[in-house]
Design a binder for this molecule. Structure first.
Ligand code: FES
Length: 187
């Protein structure tokens, strides 16, 4: 079995993910380029991500993620969320007043430009770890349509910015870059 075949991933969909979803994403959307990267079936939504892996990088084919879906990939021991945001989610992320943000940061500042120097506003890539005590937030939940951390009640918006609750800062944006319009390299 190849390294890629051993990868496993989970897509949030309206229904239950199928085994085919897992294999499809594992073989078509994510390619690991080092020992430190693997896609991860994010079955447990709670609990700290505390495993550690060696360095490496992953390439993710964004074209395999459909609007309104989220790919979750384990990278260097932490879940990385790749969300294809809807127009409503982008609008919500763009129209918030900076004064309303505990950790003020524009949505654009949380994105990376593509090879043409433009922002692919629909794709949000971030480390899916609550900045309070490290639990894994649940997507499409909370008071701001983004993510909700059930451990102690932190609400994040559609840009992954903390809006309410004990988390002190926005969810982290990992180091990544666009290799093409739809391929990103994390790490
Ligand atoms: S770990 Fe998320 S709110 Fe405490």
């Amino acid at each position: 079995m190849s390294e890629t075949d051993q990868l496993d991933a989970h897509l949030d969909t309206d229904g239950e993910p199928t085994r085919r979803d897992f294999i499809y994403i594992a073989t078509a959307a994510v390619a690991a380029t080092g020992a430190g990267a693997l896609a991860w079936p994010l079955v447990a939504q709670m609990g700290a991500a505390n495993d550690t892996l060696a360095a490496g990088s992953i390439e993710i084919d964004l074209s395999k993620v459909e609007e309104g879906q989220q790919l979750k990939v384990l990278y260097r021991g932490k879940p990385v969320f790749v969300r294809y945001r809807t127009a409503k989610e982008i609008m919500e992320a763009d129209t918030v007043e900076m004064d309303d943000l505990p950790d003020p940061e524009t949505d654009d500042a949380r994105l990376v430009t593509n090879p043409q120097g433009a922002l692919n506003k629909q794709y949000l890539v971030m480390v899916g770890v609550c900045t309070h005590f490290g639990c894994i937030p649940v997507g499409e939940a909370g008071d701001f349509d983004g993510w909700y951390c059930p451990c102690h009640g932190s609400h994040y918006d559609t840009s992954g910015r903390i809006r309410k609750g004990p988390a002190p800062t926005n969810m982290e944006i990992p180091k990544y870059k666009y290799l093409s319009d739809t391929i990103i390299k994390v790490g």
